[in-house]
Design a protein. Sequence first.
Length: 258
Amino acid sequence: MAAAEGERKDLTFGVVPQVSPARLAAAWVPFIQRLGAETGFVIRLRTAKTVAIFEERLGQGLYDIAYMNPYTFTVSNEHPGYRALARQKNKRIRGLIIVRHDSAFKTLDDLAGHTVAFSTGGAFAATLLNRAEFRRRGIDISAQFVGFQDSVYQLVAVGRLPAGGGVPRTFRAMPDEITDQLRILHETPDYTAHAIATHPRIGSDVRRALLQALLALDASVEGRQLLALNRFPGFEEAGDADWDDVRALNLDRILNQP
């Protein structure tokens, strides 16, 4: 679907920096280029050095379209009013706690008093869900933030930290030489996954064109190959209320912990 006459043709697509910049670009640039080709818009990838900076820019409304974690969506939906557009088909998100394959740790309780690596404080499943699980079970740990989920897996694999938080998608995307050194110790309950949302300045015609392009991706071999770069199964239309399960977690109290 080509952009209609008079519609804005240049759009920015912000992507939360869950992995290293090189891996993020390799997965997202071809994907975004395909959306541009299908819609007639010039869509440019934008990210940030850290999740915190990305979320600050979301709060300032700097991205026209954004891919963000579930908790971040609930915040940016309130202000500045990002509107849900799409989410992955049949996809729920959960957190993982991983340890070295030869670790003596057998349960979460065994990690009491130890340091657990996390990417950033605001990462939804990799950090917030995992920290909420420790809190719910009354297990005191020390959190160490290392920047990217890649770094979490690497540091635990070489034995520099005893355990770390991640998610299935980024864990599966790591090279075998890393994952072969790791073992999943625990998985949290699952929740509605990441959102693709648009800033309120983006009109209904643009949203419709973007949604049509996203929904059509899994209908072609080329589209499925692009989805596979991020291990996405495909997309379905989303509404703001889809993330009410995340809102019910009241995760602000976890974010306010040291």
